[in-house]
Design a protein around this ligand. Sequence first.
Ligand code: COA
Length: 342
Amino acid sequence: MINDIGGLLLAAPAVQTAPVIRSLLAGAGGYLPRRVLGNEELALSVDTSDAWIRERTGIRQRHIAGPDETACSMGAAAARSALAAAGVAPQGIDAVIVATSTPDQAFPATAVSIQHALGIPGGFGFDVSAACTGFIYALGVVDAFIRAGQIRRALVIGTEVYSRILDWQDRTTCVLFGDGAGAILLTAGEGSGTGADHGLLSTHLHSDGAHADILYVDGAVGRRDRPGTLRMNGREVFRHAVARMAEVVDEALAANNLTHADLDWLVPHQANLRIINAMGRRLQLPPERVIVTVDRHANTSAASIPLALAEGLADGRIRPGHLVLMEALGGGLTWGSALLRV
Ligand code: COA
């Protein structure tokens, strides 16, 4: 830059713009329990039918954890697969952040157990509790650490065994959920350089305890009288899900000066195909640009988005450079979005 002051030509020192540090997606993986429970088999033990479940939710089957499978074991398996996809050794990981509402124990945190199971020698780990929005919350937390320069490589994991907090006689809830885990590896890197910004462009997190009574677990490890079972007013949750997620996707696009036409993929929380289709229509995305796993996995809560993302990446639908919008709503209520350029 040349400044012309009073006839003297002064060469100003070149301004060094610091590279924008972003959380870049390095790999993803998933794990599903071996045991598959189809709608028809479920209808043998509770008053429901394959036709009702498919028509109202799009769910055909769900995976159910065996006695040897836990949030830790499944989360570790998903994380191993994310590390393998990224070609990164566990030794280089700075942080393990796990979103779960169904941890193995009150403490140690599932994240710390997974850190140990993977042989990660240093760094730190903790769990995030935000029900079905947990993975979006975990992304927001990790992104802040990475942007602040405190960590460079983090595993972000969603892992759930809802089969252990369901009332298997309550047909209004037990047909909706399944078990599983998904994980991604985020690494610090330059966000720009190839023109478009890459990596996690934004996360937006929200909660409102005023609606705690429409989706909750009526107990906890800390209560002597009851370990807790999931309770839900499905209609009310449905209403809030459509309204809040519509707000949050608009918020994400506006914050990044983007429109729905810029999106390549919607990777939504997988609770109900009707909610997913409503969001797809709102974003004017054809069904083939929306990743759907709810038909095979049911609702795996915090694991559903990373499982769907891992599937889309593994089968080549989601490719480098694609813009991916993730959104979720869960008990709390909690809701949020994350926008990622792969
Ligand atoms: N099998 C058969 N019938 C069932 C049933 C089941 N599994 N579950 C409920 N029913 C019955 C109800 O008892 C009711 O019968 P009634 O009319 O005789 O009282 C009827 O089906 C309709 O129930 P309703 O709750 O109005 O159905 P719905 O169309 O709202 O669908 C959900 C129910 C749960 C599928 C739907 O509300 C939903 O998906 N909500 C959001 C849930 C969610 O996403 N939760 C997780 C968020 S993270």
